[in-house]
Write a protein that binds this ligand. Structure first.
Ligand SMILES: [Zn+2]
Length: 355
């Protein structure tokens, strides 16, 4: 790390730009308390409270945790030991640990809203204020299934019905959060009557839109940095209004962490999709496919890689020109970078970005 490496006479500096981990893995390698601990917030020195046997972190204005305060252990309750990573020169324990949005927003917030609040899982008691009726759930499920034929090939998974909600993958939650739920949820979530309000309003829907708009802005490659501060305000509003709609025990660590998501985009100056574990999860799937048993996985993987490099022709990973394909049935398709265009719906539309 201090000296860099030299390959074929060229010198390269080496540094760690960021770490991608889920919450338990972050607390494990940083040697900090786990996500139910009183002082577990990685960005603030907030102390948790216990409400209905759940640890919640309602304060979003406490003193920020800095690189120095972490290394000096100014809040000893946050630490469980000394992380071996502190021996790395220039180690930055706060800014380099990304709050991964695949786990945090898709598998965390989105899953919680759907599974625990709006649609109660089989056998579980429904949330009294916010859960939808069976008729509304089946309407939402039908709307989702009707969308299957409308989702283009770029999305790795097509939406399933709500019966499979508990088995949804992060990619399915991403599709719901970023693209389809704002349209599908309209007039489905129950209306709310708050003190001083004359007519009941779709507060749950508007509250969800805060999460949707903020995440969409941070996922936009051209707008993410410019609108990050605005997205931060929306996330904060989302978090602060959780107890009004979902009860005092709703501000758990996963929900609390949304107020910090925009800081990563500001720090690393790139959109959320570049700051997520999605690409690593895909690679993990490919790595797993190469293994034949659970015995010595690393050695097995190195051998498979060696075989691939020895016996297969080198493949060009980057396609700068469009490739045309014709299937046996005579269907044509064009593959260009990460896009597939076909003559039939839903892959026959193109949105151009030039002016
Ligand atoms: Zn925090």
């Amino acid at each position: 790390m201090r000296e860099g490496i030299t390959v074929d006479g060229r010198h390269y500096d080496v540094g760690v730009r960021c770490y991608f981990c889920d919450t338990p893995a972050r607390s494990f390698i940083k040697c900090t308390v786990g996500h139910g601990g009183y002082f577990c917030c990685e960005r603030y020195t907030v102390e948790g409270e216990t409400v209905n046997k759940r640890r919640v972190y309602p304060d979003c204005n406490s003193a920020p945790r800095t690189e120095e305060s972490f290394l000096n252990r100014d809040q000893p309750e946050h630490h469980t030991g000394t992380s071996p990573l502190t021996r790395i020169p220039g180690f930055r324990p706060i800014a380099t640990f990304i709050l991964d949005y695949m786990h945090l927003l898709n598998l965390g917030c989105m899953r919680r809203l759907l599974l625990h609040y709006w649609v109660a899982p089989m056998g579980k008691k429904k949330h009294p204020n916010v859960s939808t009726s069976s008729a509304q759930v089946s309407l939402l499920s039908r709307r989702l299934q009707n969308l299957r034929t409308q989702v283009p090939a770029e999305f790795p998974r097509k939406p399933l019905g709500l019966a499979d909600l508990a088995r949804f993958k992060a990619n399915e939650y991403r599709l719901l959060l970023l693209y389809v739920l704002p349209a599908l949820l309209k007039k489905i979530l129950p209306k709310h009557q708050l003190p001083g309000m004359e007519n009941p309003q779709c507060l749950l829907y508007k509250h969800f839109l805060l999460l949707h708009v903020a995440t969409r802005l941070l996922c936009s490659p051209d707008k993410c940095v410019e609108r990050a501060e605005y997205a931060k305000q929306l996330y904060r509003l989302f978090f602060e209004n959780l107890p009004v709609l979902y009860g005092q025990d709703s501000q758990i660590m996963n929900m609390h962490n949304v107020i910090h998501v925009a800081d990563d985009v500001i720090e690393l100056q790139c959109p959320l999709d570049s700051l997520s574990s999605f690409s690593f999860e895909n690679s993990l799937g490919k790595m797993k496919k190469k293994l034949r048993s659970t015995n010595k996985p690393l050695a097995q993987y190195c051998r498979r890689l060696g075989e691939t490099n020895t016996y297969s022709a080198p493949r060009k990973m980057c396609h700068t020109k469009p490739r045309f394909r014709l299937t046996r049935r005579g269907h044509a398709s064009v593959h260009y970078q990460n896009t597939i265009i076909r003559p039939s719906q839903p892959d026959n539309f193109v949105m151009l970005h030039d002016d």
